[in-house]
Design a protein around this ligand. Structure first.
Ligand code: SAM
Length: 257
């Protein structure tokens, strides 16, 4: 049976050995590490990962690739689970683990949300994503990439863009550049919100109308009068826009713990 890559599963397989090496080097793994690999595909990262660590648990959804990897890994320190990462019971995972994945681009956000929801299990998450998406994750205030995704991920993790990857490193080649990122899970957020759900709702509300002043966006949440009072109290200029506020400002606005 011939295998053809499925776009629905975001299958762009890494074929450049130099990039494969850079990814493995950048992960700075230690021999006692236990790694969760998301979407091992044909196993180009799985094998070199397994050579460096105690154990790799790799979760692959593809009906053809998963059984093949399972066969190849029999009797090694690699365990393959034929499953959907979004449905996999993370509560059953051992801890601590490191996560590595060349992510299926179409479900990158729900994967990141799930890993961060179970952050007490993980120390670091290394990932390949589309460059434009990666830029949004690492963006800082005052840039057009900065938004609710940047705030959400940076609240829970220290993020770093490690290097860019050209389309030619993959087969089939995607239309856009990719990049390799690290998300180092923070033991505690730098500033903790009293109610995290409310914090992210507030951030989304502000960024959903980026061109509005913060005074107008917040009025929808707090009402006009309370907004003016709150901004004055926190010494935040009401004429600023969503992208001008730091994550720390948002935590102060939402109520700090
Ligand atoms: N790691 C391989 C590599 O670097 O060549 C493959 C990377 S490819 C971008 C993404 C992989 O994730 C594919 O093997 C795909 O089948 C798998 N995948 C897609 N959706 C998945 C899901 N929901 N759960 C688990 N694996 C998934």
């Amino acid at each position: 049976m011939t295998f053809s890559p499925k776009r629905s599963l975001g299958q762009n397989f890494l074929v450049n050995p130099r990039i494969q090496e850079r990814i493995i080097e950048a992960c700075a793994l230690e021999k006692n590490d236990v790694v969760l690999e998301i979407g091992p595909g044909k196993g180009v990262l799985t094998r070199p990962l397994a050579d460096r660590v105690k154990k790799v648990l790799a979760i692959e959804k593809d009906n053809f690739l998963a059984p093949q990897l399972e066969k190849e890994s029999a009797g090694t320190n690699v365990a393959i689970e034929h499953a959907d990462i979004l449905k996999y019971p993370f509560e059953q995972l051992p801890a601590p683990m490191k996560v590595v994945g060349n992510l299926p681009y179409n479900i990158a956000t729900p994967i990141i949300e799930k890993v961060l929801a179970f952050r007490h299990k993980f120390s670091v998450f290394y990932m390949t994503v589309q460059l434009e998406y990666g830029n949004r994750i690492v963006a800082r205030p005052h840039s057009k990439e900065y938004g609710s995704l940047s705030c959400f991920v940076q609240y829970y993790a220290e993020v770093k863009k490690l290097f860019k990857i050209p389309p030619s490193a993959f087969r089939p080649a995607p239309k856009v550049d990719s990049c390799f990122l690290s998300l180092r899970v923070r033991p505690e957020p730098a500033r903790k919100a009293r109610d995290e759900e409310f914090l992210f709702r507030l951030i989304r509300a502000c960024f959903s109308q980026r061109r509005k002043t913060i005074r107008n966006s917040l009025a929808v949440v707090y009402g006009r009068e309370d907004t003016e009072k709150l901004l004055a109290e926190l010494h935040i200029d009401p004429r600023l826009r969503a992208e001008d506020l730091s994550l720390e400002d948002y935590v102060r606005l939402a109520g700090q713990n």
